[in-house]
Structure formats: structure tokens, C-alpha cells
Design a protein around this ligand. Structure first.
Ligand code: SF4
Ligand code: SF4
Length: 331
């Protein structure tokens, strides 16, 4: 009897992604450890981009509490997870943001922060490049493209110009140039297609941003647009949903599946709920299969070897070279 074949048949009925996993001997998908605690500070953002998978915006009010952040710090200290990845919305807009970054540094974590760049030009946030540098924070900045039209089409009028100004402010602090001051850019396609090779588009970004604006950066991460949130709505409205899903499915790559980020990450929602990743968070798919689903019931050993909750959206992480919060996983 071929156990993997049987597993594949059973999984196919319930969840085609799990059938693909079974076909590559990865079913059920299990976490291998937790090296990154991803903390979502809330849904508030100064932008409202059309591809946003968390549907963030200026009108949102959800924000993480100090109590939940205290619990995150206790966990980081007790379990010695090496990396904290702070995300949002625009995480900088959380009232506890700066305090939390400093406390994470105090417990010797490497801190990554996601930034949309434009927030760094707003009143009350202009000193953030200096704050990041003082705390050796790795900056991961969204920049969909090195040309104005493509960027503004996806993120809104004037976003490109503001992003360039913010990148220059980060460069002026040594970001993208000095050791320990990594400035990583995030590229995602401006439509219903997969990203190009991370290596080749990095060269294009490096050449063009230097030539046109004198900007330097460390690495560029390519990210596949996930078929959830506002991007899902765009796919439906534009009649592209089936074609896009077919493309993701037919591009399933076992090597990328073996390296999906949820295997080494735990994601904390703004309300303390626990998720396998940010995307499951958006879909309301909490940790399951017996693992605790709220930070108040945190149990390290169980969560570090938990079974991951998957769905068809997971094809977004496993198509082509794969996609994660740190770019391609099988380039
Ligand atoms: S994609 Fe980023 S910058 Fe745009 S609305 Fe969402 S959280 Fe804000
Ligand atoms: S969407 Fe989340 S759970 Fe699914 S493969 Fe990607 S990281 Fe893992």
C-alpha cells in the first residue's frame, strides 16, 4: 500500500493544496521550529493600496494592546526566538511601536520592521530613520517598481515620489550601505501575474534606482500577490480569478513548498490570536490541529511543531520560485 497515494486522495477531496503537498510528500505540512515571531500591530495605515491583503487604511481602528505586546516579549525571552518581524498596516502608527522595538532589542532579538516608506514623511514620523538606525532595525520597504506610473497605479498617486524621498532619508542614515543597516525592498507584480526571477529584477532595480535617483539598497524580495483581501476583489472584478488561480496551481513547486515561511514563523494578530502566517490571519484561519490559537494559551513546544492550516491561497507561496515575507524561497 502506498501511504502517500492514499494521503493524496484523501487530501484532494478536502483541500487541493493538501493534495499537492501529499504528492510531494509534505502532507501534513508541519512547522519545523519558530525562528521568527511576526507581530501584527494592527490595521491602521496612512495608505489604502489596491493589492493590500490586510485591507488596511486610515479608517481602520484595530491596534495591538500593550498587554499582548508584553506577552510577546515574555515569549521572546523565554523561548529565545531570534527574530521579530513587525508588520501591520503601517506598524509605526501603533502607539506602542517604538517602545516595543526597544524592548525587543533589550531581549537581544534581531528586529525587522515593515514600512510603506510614505509614513516616514508624515508629521510625527520623520525621525524614524534615525530611530531605526539607533536600534539596528532591519528595514523592509515596499516599492512595487522603480518607475513612477507602475508604483502609483498600485499604491496611489504621489506614492512613488514620497517613497524615493524616504529611501534617500534611509540612505542618509547609512541604510543599504553600512553593515547591520539592511534596507530590503519588496517588489510585487502590478497585476494578475507571477513575479519575474528575483535575481534578474534585483539587478534592474539596483541599476535604475542608482542611475535615476542615486539610491542604494541591500536586497530585493519578490512577493507573489496572494489571492485574498483587496487583490482577490480585483481578480474577481477584472474577471482574472480563474486564470490567476490556474497559473498558481500549475506553477506549484515542491522545492518552494518545502520552504514555505510558516514552517519557521508564528504570526501574532493585533488581538493576540495566533496564526501560521499573515495571510491566514487575514482569512481568520487561526492555528489549529490541537495547537493553541491565542497568545494567552501559548505553549512553545506545541506551537514549534504544530500542523499548519492550509487552503487554496497557499498556492501563492508555492508557485514558481515561491514567495514569502523575505521573497523567493526556491530561486
Ligand atoms: S499594502 Fe501596506 S501600505 Fe498599502 S494599505 Fe496595505 S498595509 Fe498599508
Ligand atoms: S499562505 Fe501561509 S500557511 Fe499557506 S503556505 Fe503560505 S505561509 Fe504557509
Amino acid at each position: 500500500m502506498d501511504v502517500h497515494k492514499d494521503n493524496a486522495a484523501a487530501a484532494e477531496a478536502a483541500n487541493p493544496f493538501e493534495a499537492s503537498l501529499a504528492g510531494s510528500r509534505l502532507f501534513p505540512l508541519m512547522s519545523s521550529c519558530i525562528s521568527t515571531l511576526q507581530v501584527n500591530m494592527g490595521r491602521v495605515c496612512n495608505q489604502s493600496c489596491r493589492h493590500c491583503h490586510v485591507e488596511a487604511g486610515p479608517g481602520r481602528t484595530e491596534v495591538i494592546s500593550r498587554l499582548t505586546l508584553d506577552a510577546c516579549l515574555r515569549i521572546l525571552k523565554d523561548r529565545r526566538y531570534p527574530i521579530v518581524d513587525i508588520t501591520g498596516g503601517a506598524p509605526e502608527m501603533s502607539p506602542h511601536y517604538r517602545w516595543f522595538v526597544q524592548e525587543c532589542r533589550r531581549v537581544k532579538c534581531h528586529v525587522k520592521t515593515r514600512t510603506n516608506l510614505t509614513i516616514l514623511l508624515e508629521e510625527g514620523y520623520k525621525d524614524l530613520p534615525g530611530f531605526f538606525a539607533a536600534n539596528r532595525v532591519e528595514v523592509i520597504a515596499s516599492l512595487p517598481y522603480y518607475l513612477e506610473n507602475e508604483t502609483d497605479r498600485q499604491r496611489g498617486q504621489g506614492v512613488f515620489e514620497a517613497s524615493i524621498e524616504a529611501l534617500k532619508a534611509l540612505n542618509a542614515r547609512g541604510y543599504g550601505m553600512e553593515d547591520g543597516l539592511a534596507l530590503n525592498l519588496v517588489y510585487n507584480p502590478c497585476g494578475a501575474f507571477l513575479p519575474p526571477s528575483q535575481r534578474s529584477i534585483t539587478e534592474d532595480f539596483r541599476r535604475e534606482l542608482m542611475k535615476r535617483h542615486g539610491i542604494r539598497f541591500t536586497n530585493l524580495f519578490t512577493i507573489t500577490n496572494m489571492p485574498i483581501g483587496r487583490f482577490l476583489k480585483f481578480l474577481k472584478d477584472s474577471g482574472n480569478l480563474n486564470r490567476y488561480m490556474d497559473r498558481l496551481k500549475t506553477s506549484y513547486n515542491p522545492a518552494a513548498a518545502a520552504n514555505v515561511m510558516c514552517r519557521q514563523t508564528l504570526s501574532v494578530g493585533w488581538d493576540g490570536s495566533l496564526f501560521d502566517c499573515d495571510f491566514n490571519q487575514m482569512l481568520g484561519l487561526k492555528c489549529d490541529h490541537g495547537a493553541p490559537d491565542h497568545i494567552s494559551g501559548f505553549k512553545g513546544p506545541e506551537l514549534e511543531s504544530r500542523r499548519i492550516v492550509t487552503g487554496v491561497h497557499c498556492y501563492g507561496c508555492t508557485a514558481g520560485a515561491g514567495s514569502s515575507c523575505t521573497g523567493a524561497v526556491a530561486d
